[in-house]
Design a protein around this ligand. Structure first.
Ligand code: G6Q
Length: 458
């Protein structure tokens, strides 16, 4: 595991099935401290200078809205970070994220935009992703229909395929490299919406936080190494206890998209069933990640966490200092989080429950029956990550912590955490089905798909 870690930082092609290095850590390293430093810092400087131009123009009333069109790794990172760092955002500049090829995503957004004041970022590493290209076409058609003429000023691209972006009519492009995996790319040019929202200095602080965690992961001894310990804990829970999921409970509304972000990070990286050499694994791998911000989750699925038949480790994320003035709300939020981890740990015995009044219980219900419904097994594991404040630096460290934790469990399982062949099949089948949806041709199709296709054509 430690040798693989060092190989990653050194830029060796540890993504063996794609023959690629895995160097998202180089994106947040200081100048001269990691491979490809000159290229990385040249793009970073240019991207941040452009972000500052957009912010200055927004301050003059030029741009009011920025729309990031991208999906998966070209969406989830910025879409998670921008609301998380709202306290640092420039007022009067709204950031939007369109990912889904479902027109219900872009149509209501375009309805409310002013073409003269909108900037579109087409974010796609490959610049071929069907959903992103389709939404970008819709945006450009809308822009032109609204009387917009300067496509080159209102559309920019973040991509490693500069030629394809140019063909689209985009001349302002910020690039990145094949050694940046999509789900690890928010540190690259894909972070442009973040930089526009929070500014160059704060973006650099986000990078610095990520880099500080990299250094910790590289140098801290195993017993004090946070990503290493969390990754090993994940393996312990998954393989020695058989826990098949983990619930993420950020007690910060700004982190509402963190569960979705972590879902991709962990499940796309470690949702594999063969090892690096293609041999079937004898052990289970990625758990299912899911969650909602607290306290909302408490009023929904926490019932199952406390009393359900499955044990689900919960990860609480607490932030000591709020970025709002409502101290009373914050105290209630924190007390709720503590109460949940305490209840999961301690539970409540039936004997104790039997001594309590339960005003809403059915009158005449047998006391022992009621006590068994009102008892909690306890000894349900949770981890609490505590941040002093949700600063760009702290968030950078939190994200990098999760990246290295996923690396650790993936390394122990012996899998390639950096490919994603599992997303290919659906894409290929979609390409084959799209013309059939238009023509109605169901010849040679399985009966299930043929039946559904016929119904959809009405
Ligand atoms: C991430 C995946 C995937 C990817 C999207 C978008 O690790 O590879 O989520 O980011 O499919 O790809 P493009 O950036 O090429 O459009």
């Amino acid at each position: 595991m430690l040798a693989l870690r060092d190989a990653m930082f050194a830029g060796e092609p540890i993504n063996t099935t794609e023959g690629r290095a895995v160097l998202h850590t180089a994106l947040r390293a200081p100048r001269g401290a990691a491979p490809f430093s000159d290229e990385v810092h040249a793009v970073l400087d240019a991207m941040l200078a452009y972000a500052e131009e957009v912010r200055a123009e927004a301050a003059r009333g030029g741009f009011t809205d920025v729309v990031n069109i991208g999906i998966g790794g070209s969406d989830l990172g910025p879409a998670m970070v921008v609301p998380a760092l709202d306290a640092y955002a420039q007022r009067g500049l709204r950031l939007h994220f369109v990912s889904n090829v479902d027109g219900h995503a872009i149509a209501p957004l375009l309805r409310d935009l002013d073409a003269r004041r909108t900037l579109f970022i087409v974010a796609s590493k490959t610049f071929t992703t069907q959903e992103t290209m389709a939404n970008a076409e819709v945006a450009r058609e809308w822009f032109v229909a609204q009387g917009g003429s300067e496509v080159a000023r209102h559309f920019v691209a973040t991509t490693s395929n500069v030629a394809a972006a140019a063909q689209f009519g985009i001349t302002t492009t910020f690039g990145f490299w094949d050694w940046v995996g999509g789900r690890y790319s928010l540190w690259s040019a894909i972070g442009l919406p973040i930089a526009i929202a929070i500014g160059a200095a704060n973006f650099r602080a986000l990078l610095a936080g990520g880099h500080a965690m990299d250094e910790h992961f590289r140098r801290a001894p195993p017993e004090a190494n946070l990503p290493l310990r969390l990754g090993l804990l994940d393996v312990w829970y998954r393989n020695f206890h058989g826990f098949s999921s983990r619930s993420i409970a950020p007690y910060h509304q700004g982190l509402a998209r963190l569960p979705a972000y972590l879902q991709q990070l962990e499940m796309e990286s470690n949702g594999k069933r063969v090892d690096r050499d293609g041999r079937p694994l004898a052990v289970a791998t990625s758990p299912v990640l899911w969650g909602e911000p607290g306290t909302n989750g408490q009023h929904a699925f926490f019932q199952m966490l406390h009393q359900g038949s499955d044990v689900v480790p919960v990860e609480f994320i607490l932030v000591r200092q709020p970025a709002h003035p409502h101290a009373d709300l914050h105290a209630k939020l924190l007390a709720n989080a503590l109460a949940q981890s305490q209840a999961l740990m301690l539970g409540k015995s039936a004997a104790l429950a039997a001594t309590e009044q339960a005003p809403t219980a059915a009158p005449g219900l047998d006391r022992a029956v009621l006590a068994s419904h009102r008892s909690f097994p306890g000894n349900r594991p949770s981890t609490t990550l505590l941040l002093d404040a949700l600063t760009p630096r702290a968030l950078g460290a939190l994200i990098a912590l999760h990246e290295h934790r996923v690396f650790t469990s993936g390394a122990v399982w012996g899998i390639d955490s950096f490919d994603q062949w599992g997303v290919e099949l659906g894409k290929a089948l979609c390409s084959a089905l799209l013309p059939r949806l238009a023509s109605g041709d169901t010849s040679g199709l399985d009966a299930s798909t043929a039946g559904l296709l016929a119904r959809l054509r009405g």
